[in-house]
Ligand binder design. Sequence first.
Ligand code: DLL
Length: 429
Amino acid sequence: MSDVYFERELETMERGRIEALQLERLKKILAHAYGNNPVYRKSFDAAGVRPADLKALSDIARFPTINKTVFRDTYPMGLLCVDRKRVVEMHMSSGSTGTPVVMPYTQADLDQWASCMARCYAMAGALPSDVVQITPSFGLFNGGFGMYHGARRYGLFVVPTGAGNTARQIKLARDFGTRVFTGVVSYGIRLMEELEASGQALPELKYGIFGAEAFSDAMKKRLTEGLGIEVFDIYGMTETGGVGTLGQDCRAHDGIHVWEDHYLVEILDRDTHEPVRDGEIGELAITALTREALPVIRFRTGDLSKILSREPCSCGRTHLRLAPIMGRVDDMLIVKGVNFFPSQVEQALMSIPGVLNNYQIIIEEENGVTDVRVNVEAESGVTGFAVEKVLKEALGFSPKGDVFAPGALPRQEGKAKRVFRRLADGTLA
Ligand code: DLL
């Protein structure tokens, strides 16, 4: 397959070279964190390890892991590893728990982010001077600015719409000939629904780059067919430096290529936090190899995935491929003794003809027994009974299924909230 690259040599270097580069960079970044930040120094000391103890990549397992808690405890910038005067930008996420996570950037960090993101645009097939419409919000959320920095680096023509006002988004996409549309997954769905409802088409549009939310295969298929474009799954998070830092799938659509010259990937057992073998599902932990202001070291992301392959891909890239993110460790629901993820509910719902794209999973408790109710929008003719039957087959127990008219369920701007708890007074939280 002939492919478009932003940094061809780095994206296609053979595995031995990737690992040699990772080892060299890992030694440096451990020394940087240990030497320049007291929080890292204390935690390495408490674990009885020094940067100099790392001789091979696998020695990383001797170093302590961190998670979002350390960001909360050190808010606003207690993990900073450079002089404050070198910080030129910050982004922040508050997550579902409200914990503020701040990521400061030096100019070199912004350049690194832009390069990672530029690789993602190229990997989707975009060419310099193509028009990209950036719909994640511009602000503390990293989505809008990350896509912007990368687009400028790659030489795209940016239409920086930010979030919302879908009718205007469609008008601008037509007027400017948008070829690449970017957004959070639920905004891709919104675009598709509005185009369908208004009978409009965007003939110039070729590529959709979506992420920030769990993205079932069934939903990818709907977006691909509904928008008539090629759809990509882009990955990244505040703590690793934002959207695109961790990569995206290529045109072979066979897993997310993680930019391994910039990030070291581990999959850890959810409970013991010990590394698991390739192919086993676990919590993704990331070490940032090239970031200055705040390099995460063994950051437990809370995201579940597995390593699909470290073999070269048909696109020519050699960077390992991860399975699409299955969900977050703390998203797992346990009802009637059955464990499942919201993404499994989505996958099952989307397989039902006539079922639309907006749904809610409601956890309710009655007389001390936990139950699940799934509300979903559907065309007339789809019954709650049919929904319940499919969910039962997919999940192994029977949630209640309620069908709503198109547009009847609430929608949020930004990331969609899919899972709710019913409070004692009947309201949803
Ligand atoms: O959501 C970065 C981003 C913006 C990615 C726009 C893609 C597009 P945060 O707000 O810090 O950053 O949230 C990061 O979102 O740990 C995952 O749980 C989830 N997430 C991000 N991308 C994907 C994806 C942005 N492609 C958190 N598939 C991560 C599934 C994703 N989950």
